[in-house]
Design a protein around this ligand. Sequence first.
Ligand SMILES: [Zn+2]
Length: 595
Amino acid sequence: MTENILVSIAWPYANADIHVGNIVGSHLPGDIFARYHRLKGNRVLVVSGSDAHGTPITVRADAEGRSAEAVYTHFHRRFLELFKQVGITYDLFTSTHTENHFKVSQDIFLALKANGYLFTQTEPQWYSPTEKRFLPDRYVEGACYICGFANARSDQCDKCGNVLEPAKLINPRAKTSGGALELRDTEHFYLDLAKLAPTLSRYLNADKEHWRPQVINPSRAQADSGELRGRAITRDLDWGIPVPVEGWAERGKCLYVWFEAVIGYFSASIEWSKINGKPDAWKDWWYDPTAKTVYFIGKDNTQFHAVFWPAELIGVGPLYEDDPAKSLNLPYDVPANEFLNLEGQKISGSRNWAVWGFDFLSRYDADALRYYLTAILPESKDADWDWAEFVQHNNNELVATWGNLANRVLTFAYKHWEGRVPETGELRPQDKELIANIDDGFKTVGELIEAVKLRAALGEVVSLATEANRYLDAQGPWFEIKKDKAETAKTVYTALRVIDSLKTLFAPFAPFTSQKLHEYLGHDGSLFGAQKIITVPDAQGQHDALTYDGSGAVGKWQPSELKPGQALRQPQPLFKKLEEKIVEEERGRLGKVSG
Ligand SMILES: [Zn+2]
């Protein structure tokens, strides 16, 4: 049965370039999951976009004397290009600064208001008399009132990870001017989480056995605690989506970025449908109760996706839908990842303690990146990028175990069977046994990917490649051929067929090299579809977006049916062996801040 799978990937703030921590936290696992389901023949929709609003953008714009729009546009374009090069196959990677997203966010706000889930409240907020404005959370820094960390942001502490109440901050100061601050009253809309808590609690307590414990346990505890209160969904900021209530936009109020950014999964699905000329297509993922919506995020975003976003969806009711009995799909799974560190330290863009996506790709291949990041995916605990370990994984697994297996068999077949897959008689028991074991991988690896155990799934594929190597070592076709070419043909056919299956098993993780191998094996067509950057005009101006066209893809999640006699293509090595000296070179690049 074909399933509808929505792959929702965290929206990165368009205020800095993407580094390997961002890629491993959400984009890459989402892409692996999506590619697998596409190969399975499921209907997959992968959406995300740049978070264009909010103070991370305006803080940078103020510091550089540029407009927020200029900052967002600059980084957004670089995101699109990087995701294309790393092969993150977004059906639509758009942005929150679009006419469509403005309208959908405002409609959701109004639906929540009409359904009685919003209230207004006046609260004290930090005001800068020198700047003559209320300062949003990230403009205010001070000491954390929970752990004492001296440089906490007023809305969240980077040391203890707690979400903070800004007014409780100790020794607050303005990040922009450093000046003294005072608390002044300001009115805002609040999402009534207390009212939504009973339904939210029922949702989080039903059928969640497949959720990661570090995601479901705190979320359930929060919903069940009886302590969920209103949470502000508007703020005093002039860069963002105007509050759609008379008089509010005039007072400089915008929708709070946490509230509108999560709406992006929904609005991007709608935008994708419009771009493809099927305006209601999104309903297959949002109203079909059998559809699965899976959210790939970092752990710092857990409560926004496992608590607040479901609460928004529950409160909205059936939006853009005539049937009042229908409801929007709540997250099927939120496989949040822990953090990736770098050489034992926390990744920091500002200190250049980071491995940047473009910089990496200027020296190494995308599949080497994808492979290493998957091998160390922080699914259950924090992981560490270590350059020596990167070289080891690349050389021992990608090059020695997988690349050499494919290359030496293809080269051998190409040379001794005139560039064709050998014809064989009845295969021997050991040949059939290997083929059966590798074919079983489609079930075991598939189940691991569906359970979002991607690290274990990749480990299983590598162990299957190791098994194929053991078979080759035992058969020794390089010597066998001198005695009996007919028997050697069975070995080589078996190995090629197994390599053809492994190509597909590796494809979600290392799609670029699997495609090359697909061609060396003599097949035509592309395993996956094509990525393209397009420009979409709208009332906000225009925006660029990354899209995916899977209509021509030929890849299928099933064992090889390689035909004897099929013409091969001249093989080339799939992976590059790396020299040990790059470890010190790369470590030497860390922490150096230029110009
Ligand atoms: Zn703290």
